[in-house]
Design a protein. Structure first.
Length: 594
């Protein structure tokens, strides 16, 4: 007797009692079972309650027998639809929407009505729809969050209810939570403080967990921490749905986060928590404070670090050069830039360099110029990446106290330029041509999101380098053609990393996520460099390969957990046995009344 591929489970006698993927107790309202080789779901909802439960509703696809058994007669049109018919209908509706924000609203409404159909639709059109449910369209949706709000999803936590998380969680559709994505809305993409509109980010991220790694939707919980907003436009907006007050800061903020983490550990002790889109300082503070006491990571820091490292490794394979022979410049010292710098440094040390040798190859430039160790008032999270003054004493610069991007490229002989500044147009022609002076095939990744914030366009970079550069971006860009050459623009999408990391650590039953797990994830992602990369200069797979990539990333993370001795006693040693076939898929299976 085998467990259906779309369910995780444990065999209990002649039944398979599915304990909702990795969770502990059976989910409220239904239980998956199997008898005589036939899988079915036993549920206790009927009538309109069933139709209004997005985890269970299947609309016109309820069979005649199910309609009779669950009190649905007369509540639905008479025709019993197949999923293919439903998919045809919703896709035609989707295509009829006038713009991307309307398509986003349509897909979110479908998700809140019928999760299975939503995931079946998006899975069938990944390349087309991932940019709608996540970057870049989600940025606009977040900005308009209070104006396009339709339906509740997840938890909104604020100082006045943080002590009640355990009680509030009992009203959720599921109490068996595997993955939580939480934001305090302050560092949303490249657009900053967006108040409670930021809830769109956890919702989108968790959709990618399901699409990429098969984490079941009933195991996903988005959380918005409403600690106020400093966005005056939101405070003045009569339709704004969050608390109309300035953000809490300092000790008050950190005490709130302490309470939040404590309540999450109490309520969902086995869940993975992903920190998402916090301010730079809070992102590092929260990660460092809780990473050893709670299964957690920060995607902006560690996920970005891994996905960019994978792209750089791919570029090295195109160039047939070694990582340790490069000079790296990170332009932008936010969570992403510093996270990537740390991940590259870790990889360099892993390749055999000392800490000092690795550090000497990495330069970080922010709005005040090159990070130097003697800079006054430097944020603590930047300090370990600051360059000693002695290293730049021979640089030919206009102002030694403010060494510019261009001056650093020219003097340090930079070969890999990575942009996280959110400042469009800063990779100028002079900057790009200076990179060509240091390498015949410079690696130039303008990675800022959304598209409008990218430091340069791929078309300009290829024009200025005569097609010599290797380019990747953070948001989708059109391919570039130059004469007979066609360059595909790979997108350094964190979706290639975080779903697989989540799946891997959960299946490994580890209680901590190490830096080495992200390095292993990066190298495994780099294995998916396209076969034509030498000519196309594309260093990332297509988003249509998301599931295949995520499962292999999960294998790499699982293996690293076993190797480093942090895997749980019940995880075993075989990632294939632990992971493969134990993922949720968007299909309808029969319902029986409990």
């Amino acid at each position: 007797m085998s467990v259906p591929a779309w369910f995780g489970g444990r065999i209990m006698g002649s039944w398979i009692d599915v304990i909702i993927f990795f969770g502990g107790t059976a989910m409220t309202h239904y239980r998956a079972k199997q008898e005589d080789g036939q899988a079915y779901v036993e549920i206790d909802l009927t009538g309109s309650d069933l139709l209004h439960n997005p985890l269970l509703n299947r609309g016109t696809a309820f069979t005649e027998a199910e309609r009779r058994e669950f009190g649905l007669m007369g509540l639905l049109p008479p025709h019993v639809s197949t999923m293919d018919e439903q998919l045809d209908r919703v896709y035609k509706n989707y295509k009829g929407k006038p713009d991307n924000i309307e398509r986003y609203v349509f897909l979110r409404a479908l998700q809140d009505r019928n999760e299975t159909l939503f995931y079946a639709l998006v899975a069938a059109h990944l390349e087309e729809m991932v940019p709608i449910i996540y970057t870049p369209t989600v940025g606009e949706a977040v900005q308009k969050g209070s104006h396009i709000y339709r339906h509740s999803r997840g938890l909104y936590i604020s100082p006045d209810n943080v002590d009640c998380i355990d009680k509030m969680s009992k009203e959720l559709p599921s109490q068996d939570i595997d993955v939580i994505v939480v934001t305090d809305n302050q560092g949303i993409l490249g657009i900053g403080d967006q108040g409670i509109g930021g809830m769109g980010i956890p919702i989108g991220k968790l959709s990618l967990y399901t699409l990429g790694a098969g984490i079941p939707p009933h195991g996903c919980l988005p959380i918005c921490l409403d600690v106020g907003t400093d966005n005056e436009a939101l405070l003045d907006d009569p339709l704004y749905l969050g608390h109309k007050q300035k953000r809490i800061t300092g000790a008050e903020y950190y005490n709130f986060i302490d309470k939040f983490v404590g309540m999450i550990k109490k309520t969902f002790p086995d869940a993975l928590l992903q920190w998402e889109d916090f301010s730079k300082q809070n992102a590092f503070s929260n990660l460092d404070r809780y990473r050893s006491s709670m299964l957690s990571f920060n995607d902006d820091i560690q996920g970005t670090g891994a996905v960019v490292l994978a792209g750089v490794i791919g570029a090295m394979r195109i160039k047939e050069e070694k990582l340790e022979d490069q000079k790296f410049l990170l332009f932008g010292a936010g969570a992403g830039g510093i996270g990537v710098a740390r991940q590259i440094k870790s990889a360099l040390v892993g390749s055999g360099l000392s800490e000092n040798e690795a550090g000497s190859k990495i330069f970080v430039v922010d709005s005040r110029g090159l990070l130097l160790s003697d800079r006054e008032g430097m944020e603590s999270y930047k300090a370990d990446l600051a360059v000693d003054r002695g290293m730049v004493s021979s640089f030919d610069v206009a102002d030694p106290a403010r060494i510019t991007l261009l001056e650093t490229i020219q003097n340090a002989k930079i070969t890999v330029l990575l942009g996280f500044s959110g400042q469009p147009g800063t990779f100028t022609e002079d900057v790009v041509r200076a990179m060509m002076e240091n390498s015949r095939e410079p690696v130039i990744f303008p990675l800022s999101n959304p598209t409008s914030k990218a430091e340069a366009t791929p078309a300009d970079i290829y024009a200025w380098t005569g097609g010599g550069a290797i380019v990747a971006t953070g948001s989708p860009f059109d391919d570039v053609s130059m004469g007979e050459h066609h360059f595909r623009i790979g997108q350094g999408n964190n979706a290639f990393i975080f779903p697989g990391v989540g799946l891997g650590v959960l299946m490994a039953q580890t209680k901590v996520i190490t830096n080495e797990m992200f390095t292993s994830a990066a190298y495994r992602l780099a294995d998916f460099i396209p076969s034509d990369a030498r000519t196309s200069h594309c260093v990332y797979p297509q988003i249509s390969d998301l599931f295949k990539v995520s499962v292999q990333v999960a294998h790499a993370v699982f293996n690293e957990a076993v190797k480093s001795g942090v895997a749980g006693a019940g995880a075993g040693n075989d990632p294939g046995e632990a992971i493969d076939g134990k993922v949720w898929k968007p299909v309808y299976i029969p319902y029986h009344k409990s």
